[in-house]
Structures are given as C-alpha cells and as structure tokens.
Design a protein around this ligand. Structure first.
Ligand code: CP
Length: 318
C-alpha cells in the first residue's frame, strides 16, 4: 500500500476488518516492524482523537513519531503554485514537502476543506501534493473530502456490534451552528457503499452529498421514516455541497437533533458519531449517555484502524 486516502486503497474490506481484529487482540505483536522507522504527522487543522490514536498506533508498532502543527510554531506555508509570496506565508509547500520527507518514512496529513471553493477542495490540493512530491507513503488524517481512518474505525465498530449479517445503517444529518466539511459523511457513505449493508442517508433538502459518495444509498428526506427499523444511527453535521450554496449552513433546525423519541423508532439501534460532538445540537444527553451509544468504542477503534494502515505501510517499505 503506497497511500491511504479512500476506501479503494485498503483493498478487500473483510480482510481489512479481520486484520484489524487480529491487531486488536495483540496490538504489540508487531513492535519490531517499526524499529528505526519514523512517522511524521502534519496537522493543518486541530485534532484530539486523530493525533493521539495515530501516535499510539505508531508507538505500538515501535515507530518514532514527529508531529508538526503547521499553524503553530512552523513557518506559514503557501500551498498554491504561482502565488507572489509577499504576504505572511514564508515557505512554499513545494520546498517543505521534500525537506520534511527526508526526515521520515511515512507521512500523515490533516488538511480540511476551506469551504470557499468547491473545485479546489474536491481536487484535494494539499494531500495530493504530499503524495506527488514526498516519495513516501502518505495517509489522510482527514482531508478535504474524506476521513478514511475514521470510516475504517466506524466499519470495525459496526462489525463488532452488529447482530445480523446485513444491518440497516442510517447516516443522518443533524444541526450544528458552524459550517463543517462533508469529509466525514462522504467517507462514511463511501465505506458503507462498499459493504453489503442496507444503507440510508437522511438530511433536509439542500444537503445532498456529491453523487459519487451517495452511490447506491437510499436518500430519505423524512428523518423519522429513515430511522424505522435501523440497527445503527450515525449522526453528523455537514454544510451544503450543491451550488450555489457550497459550504453554507442552510438550517440549524433542532427538529433534526437525534433524541430518544426518534431512537425509539429504530431496532434498538446503536448510536454513533465520530466526535467531537455538540450535545443537544447533534444528539441529546440521554441518547449519547445511553447503553446504545457506542461513541467511545468507536473512538477507541481509531487506534486500530491507524495501526492497520501503518502496519501495511511498514510491511511495504524496503
Ligand atoms: N474524529 C476525529 O477525527 O476527531 P479529531 O478531530 O479530534 O481528530
């Protein structure tokens, strides 16, 4: 594996989940693999789970880890070619990438969508430059359009909790005061569409995701109808994708908040969210604190998904 930015990079999903469960049974079984190897994690945006879980996964494999917060203590980076650099950005990514790559064996990048220009966001300009110019295996720690480490952890979590072969999984939009990227819902949809689960997406009109991510999912605009018989409810906010409203908040309607009344329509569904979550906007206190909430095991599986990806990179290094 040379890169990990989308579901296609992980190959067969059953094999990936089986490997994840093997790693989870003994996460220190491969400590020799990362000896004298260095992971560089580069953050253009904030993180709690991704930062800690990926670092822990690398340490489990015996790797050294370096972390660079681009916006704190590093030179501000210009990411666009052709710009006259007479502003506050002192270094260009095209020099920074090969320099950073020379200090490490594997690179993780977090670079969110800016939400001002859809074409630029969906071209994935930052992580694509790392893939192109670093000469190192590169993985996404959430890019503009996808969050594959999260989706892989979500899949592992569903596989661990499902009580039937083909569960009904519902991705529901929920309100949030600020504009958020589509990366998590896009990615979750991409991974769910790669399974044989029954997969439904529900959101208010105007919040349609890009068709390539919706895939074969059933889109249901009536949230209560979507919840009927569901085995897993996956809540997430996202901003509008469709033009002319790209990146905008069209609604903060709390009738879309996941609450106990709506969860009662489900097949005693498990509640999932990638975190961080805004309580009583996305989900009520009682639902997220209920026995059916699996947000903590879901976050714990971030260590496992990261470890599988890093392990595969290390196995492929010469
Ligand atoms: N779910 C997730 O990626 O969390 P962080 O933004 O805290 O890394």
């Amino acid at each position: 594996m040379k890169k990990f930015t989308c579901v296609g990079d992980i190959g067969d999903l059953r094999a990936a989940v089986a490997e994840a469960l093997e790693v989870k049974r003994d996460r220190f079984a491969f400590t020799e693999l990362g000896k004298n190897r260095t992971l560089l994690m580069i953050f253009f945006n904030s993180s709690l789970r991704t930062r800690l879980s990926t670092q822990k996964a690398a340490m489990n494999l015996g790797m050294n880890v370096m972390v660079l917060d681009v916006n704190q203590g590093a030179w501000k980076l210009e990411t666009e070619r052709g710009v006259v650099m007479d502003g506050d950005k002192a270094e260009h990514l095209l020099e920074a990438i090969p320099v950073m790559a020379s200090y490490c064996d594997v690179i993780g990048v977090r670079a969110f969508a800016q939400l001002s220009n859809k074409a630029e966001d969906y071209e994935e300009r930052i992580i694509e430059q790392f893939i192109r110019y670093s000469g190192r295996p590169v993985f996404s720690m959430e890019a503009a359009t996808r969050h594959p480490l999260q989706s892989f952890a979500d899949l592992i979590t569903i596989e661990e909790h499902k009580t039937k072969e083909r569960p009904k999984v519902v991705l529901t939009w929920a309100p949030h005061p600020k504009a958020l990227p589509q990366a998590v819902p896009n990615s979750f949809a991409e991974w769910m569409n790669a399974t044989d689960y029954e997969f439904v997406i529900t959101h208010p009109e105007g919040y349609e995701l890009a068709p390539e991510f919706v895939g074969n999912a059933r889109v249901e605009y009536d949230q209560r109808k979507a919840f009927e018989g569901a085995d897993f409810i996956y809540a997430k906010n996202w901003s509008a994708y469709a033009d002319p409203n790209y990146g905008k908040v069209l609604s903060t309607d709390r009738d879309w908040t996941v609450d106990a009344e709506k969860m009662a329509l489900t097949n005693n569904a498990f509640f999932m969210h990638c975190l961080p979550v805004r309580r009583n906007m996305i989900v009520t206190d009682d639902v997220i604190e209920s026995p059916q909430s699996i947000v903590i095991p879901e976050a714990q599986n971030r260590e496992i998904s990261a470890q599988v990806v890093l392990k595969r990179f290390l196995e492929g290094l010469e």
